[in-house]
Design a protein around this ligand. Sequence first.
Ligand SMILES: *Cc1c(COP(=O)(O)O)cnc(C)c1O
Length: 402
Amino acid sequence: MPGFELFGDRERKEVMDVLETGVLFRYGFDNARKGHWKAATFEKKLCEKSGAKYAHLCSSGTAALSTALAACGIGAGDEVIVPPFTFVATFEAILNAGAVPVFAEIDETLCLDPSKLEEVITSRTRAVIPVHMCGAMAQIDEIQSFCKAHNLVLIEDACQSIGASFNGKSLGTFGDMGCFSFDAVKTITCGEGGGIITNSKQLYDLAHQYSDHGHDHLGGADRGADDHPILGANYRISELNAAVGVAQLSRLDAIIEIQRKNKQEIKNVLALFNDVSFRQLPDPDGDSATFISFFLPDANRAQQIMKAFAANGVDGCFYWYNNNWHYLRHWHHLKEMKTSAKLPLQQMKSISPDIIPDYSALSLPQSDSIMQRTISMQIKLSWSNKEIEERIESIKSAFIAA
Ligand SMILES: *Cc1c(COP(=O)(O)O)cnc(C)c1O
């Protein structure tokens, strides 16, 4: 979880480049910027890292999702299949586009269960957004085949999983578009920021245009000379945020190496206990190792262990079933459709009364039973060897006490 753990000389140097020119903006001011193009540099490096042909940096992960939905033409009344274990941003972006989030079960990968997608498909389904949760992958090959077979758009929410891969291929490159977040708690941070990757020139053009008021970015140094092929919005990143990102991206490989080492040590101790089993990883070698997630036999035991962790000073642990932000159970604002906005969907209700599912009545028993048994522990970069040793001892004490 280095986003908030790391800020050093590299970040300061990149930001100072920008402050010294005073060009805090990613577009225009070609002469005054003295050769510094931080957003463009980040995009080039993100292409190199991910293997995607095109990358676009924008203001947040939510903006990345909104832009991807817009570029893929997903909107008014379209149904988009999503998991109930994610961050609220995934369904916010869908609702704000005027589309309908439709929840499908997760499996022990803690991501969408490919075998349960068929059950929720309707004549209005247009897209699937699998979420690669907690640094690791969904069964993305099977989800990709499903989307191909049903002619659905595939947008990967890889906001939590930059640097992770499946069978050697970067997450985010399996779909039509892949989205990343660089907010405070993600693997790398821009302060605030988001990224979109794609292999389609057409989708890339629509994405950079949409996120900048429709600018075609063909006018050169003169922004006023750009044409506006489409209507858009402003989801631009600032050059200052992009500068932080350039430094952070240069640390990504080292970050993941440390996380994997630290995670293995924690895994070794958890594996000593018979009632622990681990999150299913479709490709263990591709795990970015930001978290270790594991299952206890039932909800009671999981809660006992959580209590014992707290009592023994094992911090950074999450019991998602009770979490306000990441699991459907406590998304009361969604269930009651509480909004100050006048969402397009609510307007469409007069035309099509059943357009918004009754989220309060939604039942996802398979997901509930998995989440009730799941604990995730953050893997920190900053742990010293001594802290890891102490953590191992505290975990052992917690299991013995529980
Ligand atoms: C963080 C996150 C987002 C949104 O990113 P922001 O940059 O905070 O807007 C979207 N989806 C998931 C799964 C996330 O974890």
